[in-house]
Design a protein around this ligand. Structure first.
Ligand code: FES
Length: 138
């Protein structure tokens, strides 16, 4: 259960070519979602080092979202496949250190899916609110 008056800090590491453009489209279309997301743009989710995720949690993030191109659409062909494997691994690492693995999520949002970006953001924020502050922050 979330603490009263607490707002989560969520780091979103997003691919330049799809999810960043999708987020931009959501902004242009005035799709509303809470301002709890701090976005970091990378050229491809294949660039997401597991250390980025641990650093985000260590620096106070309550949740981390990695969002990129759909499978088959990665501009670097297999970056999102490599990232998905790393996410699977990182979820296991989190579980093994006693952190709920729902705090880390990977999604796939294309440049034309601004509405989906809004839905994903609300879902991620609600999930983290239900979990409460990260154990790294207590
Ligand atoms: Fe978007 Fe690789 S370019 S995930």
């Amino acid at each position: 259960m979330a603490d009263e008056g607490w707002n989560p800090k969520i780091v979103a590491i997003i691919c330049n070519w799809c999810s960043y453009a999708g987020a931009d489209l959501a902004g242009g279309a005035r799709i509303q979602y809470p301002p709890d997301i701090r976005a970091i743009r990378v050229m491809c989710t294949g660039r997401v080092d597991p250390l980025f995720i641990m650093k985000a949690f260590n620096d106070g993030a309550d949740g981390v979202l990695v969002s990129g191109c759909h499978f088959g659409d990665c501009h670097y062909l297999e970056g999102n496949y490599k990232c998905a494997k790393r996410m699977f691994l990182m979820k296991n690492v989190l579980k093994n250190i006693g952190v709920n693995d729902k705090r880390l999520r990977m999604t796939f949002v294309s440049a034309s899916e601004g509405a989906k970006w809004g839905v994903v953001m609300n879902d991620v924020i609600n999930t983290i609110k239900e979990l409460g502050p990260s154990p790294f922050n207590r």
